[in-house]
Design a protein around this ligand. Structure first.
Ligand SMILES: [Zn+2]
Ligand SMILES: [Zn+2]
Length: 324
């Protein structure tokens, strides 16, 4: 059973995916993502792997129930794919050579373009869930791409805010936010190769960061080669800094925001990456409970300025290793 059902209270779709119950909890036995498994090419560098248990499909089944005026129902049209970062089972994003991360960014750009060109795909979401704390079931380093037939609610909220700001001031809200943080400086953790990385003043998680290119750009597809390489460097340095915070692989959700692919015009939107990071200390996780889940009222019990200072120190070490 797979279908989309409309939540009229929140005005968004929920993806029903009951057939995914059968998916493994944590991998056991041979890794299907390693060369030689028979499920991936024997020789690959970066690979787009069709999700074995997709929630969204290009040929979805007929919905289980019929919709009506109150509760809309649609087929679970879309695509879910896995991005295998490299053939190596235990080399994570920050450990990959910079030029390899650069090719990963090129791969993301290609898949964003190709999936976005499919009729009916309105938003291509590139992300990585990392660590058991965020539900990862496969250890082989990988990200994912969901191609949705609608614009998800959180993205829509950002788009609406950016449009409102643009109509009022003629400027870009994300350009302005990055400029604000560069001028203030207290929450900046990285500022080079055309990128501003900072813990946002309104961080929802300890160590949450935004990665924003300084040139106004709407997607990976509108970036010049040096902008894509700059992004690769920022990603490698930030994820490396995360890992060195507590000396353990740092769990995160890396989420990439780009122009929707629904054919609309979005001159007011600006490519960026948001890292959501549930770990607040060694052995301590932040859980989203009633206030966060039931009221969307987030409580962050850390000071963004303190967390930024901790992260900045680790970023400096990473840069010394990379550039030195
Ligand atoms: Zn593997
Ligand atoms: Zn901008």
């Amino acid at each position: 059973m797979a279908e989309l059902r409309w939540n009229p209270l929140l005005k968004t779709w929920v993806i029903m995916s009951a057939h995914r119950q059968a998916r493994p909890l944590l991998e056991t036995g041979a890794c299907p993502f390693c060369p030689g498994s028979g499920k991936v090419p024997d020789d690959y560098e970066i690979y787009a792997y069709d999700n074995d248990f997709p929630s969204l499909m290009l040929d979805p089944p007929e919905p289980d129930i019929e919709g009506d005026e109150l509760i809309g129902v649609r087929p679970a049209f879309g695509k879910c794919e896995v991005t295998l970062y490299s053939p190596k089972h235990d080399v994570t994003l920050p450990e990959l050579p910079l030029d390899h991360v650069g090719r990963l960014v090129d791969h993301w750009e290609q898949r964003y373009r190709e999936l976005g060109a499919i009729e009916g795909i309105d938003f291509v979401f590139i992300f990585e869930n990392r660590g058991e704390a965020v539900g990862v079931t496969m250890l082989h380093p990988h990200g994912q791409i969901y191609a949705y037939p609608y614009i998800p609610l959180r993205v829509q909220a950002e788009l609406d805010s950016c449009r409102e700001y643009y109509e009022k001031s003629g400027g870009c809200l994300l350009c302005e936010l990055a400029r604000h943080e560069r001028e203030d400086g207290s929450r900046m953790v990285y500022h080079e190769s055309g990128y501003s990385v900072f813990v946002p003043p309104f961080a929802e998680y300890p160590f949450q960061v935004y990665i924003i290119p300084e040139l106004h750009t709407s997607s990976l597809s509108s970036m010049a080669p040096d902008e894509k390489l700059g992004l690769a460097k920022a990603l490698k340095v930030i994820t490396g800094a995360y890992d060195s915070l507590f000396g353990v692989p740092f769990p995160y959700m890396m989420c990439m925001y780009q122009n929707p692919t629904d054919g609309g015009l979005y001159p007011h939107y600006h490519f960026h990456i948001e890292f959501f990071t549930p770990m607040r200390d060694r052995d301590k996780l932040k859980y989203n409970a009633s206030s966060e889940t039931g009221a969307w009222a987030t409580i962050n019990d850390t000071r963004p300025e303190d967390k930024a200072a901790e992260l900045r120190e680790k970023v400096t070490e990473q840069l010394e290793r990379l550039d030195g």
